[in-house]
Design a protein around this ligand. Structure first.
Ligand code: NAD
Ligand code: LMR
Length: 329
């Protein structure tokens, strides 16, 4: 194979998501079975030794697509020539915390990383922010990278999307593959809004198939929105393999496109669609084609949805004000 490897930078490489992510990237699941990858791992100094151990294990897998592993604690080195950057490294919340409580602790990580991306990444850089609070961290990184098109900064709500698919499949008794056009709107937080009103279950409108607004309001929405906390309660640690899986799904879709007749959810820079203030990184229904996400246009938003979207978007605006106050944007 003579193709030039794609440089994939992963921050927080020695963390639990990193461990669930790196082997899948190296095996070709992120970009495709014929795309060679070179890994750039970024860690803080205390994480370097563990990252080296993970690199030894990656070597021991003898992945045919893996064309090199570099490890650094310097963002300027780790983002050099990066084509894809997965910003995972951040402190996870623990029991009793909301993701927004991490704003100050983690916000400071994303400004220097955004600048390093601005100064060193490849022209086609695509950034996915996983570290929480993901939407606002993505905004911080994006604001620090004025030379990179804003649309290249995205935040992960694909885990929420996958959680919603799974809950809806259970309720309606179909396979997840029979559910299309589900949407997560807003923030990756407890205010997010999983919307089934445009979704299809085996070709029929999902809201009509469910036909139970109380289940939507009292069971489905809170189960999806509070799933992160439920995982922390059950595992004693935040979701890791499912988060890594969603990161793989997000980038794979971004690079390889969505299926005809379907869409997915991603935190992308708002262009003002659906009344979401321009510039916020909010989750929308998106399609992907030719390496670009596009917000699905023209959906009717009913009152049930409108109030919930507005609540989550208002929280994003408050987070934006908070990081402005901290001098992070
Ligand atoms: P973890 O504590 O296991 O690992 C985090 C790693 O990041 C550690 O190895 C740490 O040393 C490293 N790190 C910290 N600061 C860094 C920096 N400045 N540069 C590089 N590396 C740095 O945590 P985890 O479970 O892997 O979770 C990581 C983040 O992902 C958390 O913020 C968590 O809340 C978030 N998360 C998001 C989603 C989502 O759906 N968006 C889902 C799950 C977890
Ligand atoms: C999740 O949704 O599982 C992650 O964002 C971790 C968390 O803090 O909920």
């Amino acid at each position: 194979m003579t193709r030039t490897p794609v440089n994939v930078t992963v921050t927080g490489a020695a963390g639990q998501i990193g461990y669930a992510l790196l082997f899948r990237i190296a095996s070709g699941q992120l970009l495709g079975p014929d795309v060679p990858v070179a890994l750039r791992l970024l860690e803080i100094p205390q994480g370097l030794k563990a990252a080296e151990g993970t690199a030894m294990e990656l070597d021991d897998c003898a992945f045919p697509l893996l064309r090199g592993i570099d490890i650094s604690d310097d963002p300027n080195v780790a983002f050099e020539g990066a084509n894809v950057a997965l910003l995972v490294g951040a402190r996870p919340r623990t029991k009793g915390m909301e993701r927004g409580d991490l704003l100050e602790a983690n916000g400071g990580i994303f400004k220097p990383q955004g600048k390093a991306i601005n100064d060193h990444a490849a022209d086609d850089i695509k950034v996915l922010v996983v570290g929480n609070p993901a939407n606002t961290n993505a905004l911080i990184a994006q604001a620090a990278a004025p030379d990179v098109p804003a649309e290249r900064f995205t935040a992960m709500t694909r885990l929420d999307h996958n959680r919603a698919l799974s809950q809806l499949a259970k309720k309606t008794g179909v396979q997840v593959s029979e559910i299309k056009k589900l949407t997560i709107w807003g923030n990756h937080s407890a205010t997010q809004y999983p919307d089934v009103f445009h979704a299809e279950v085996a070709g029929k409108n999902a809201a009509e198939v469910v036909n139970d607004e109380q289940w939507l309001a009292d069971t489905f929405i809170p189960t999806v929105a509070k799933r992160g906390a439920a995982i922390i309660e059950a595992r004693g640690a935040s979701s890791a393999a499912s988060a890594a899986n969603a990161a793989i799904d997000h980038v794979h879709t971004w690079v390889n496109g969505t299926d005809t007749g379907d869409w997915t959810s991603a935190g992308v820079v708002s262009d003002g669609s659906y009344g979401v203030p321009e510039g916020l990184i909010s989750s929308f229904p998106v399609t992907a084609k030719d390496g670009r996400f596009e917000i699905v246009q023209g959906l009717d938003i009913n009152e049930f949805s409108r109030t919930r979207i507005d609540t989550s978007v208002q929280e994003l605006e408050e987070e934006r004000e908070a990081v402005r106050g901290l001098g992070l944007i």
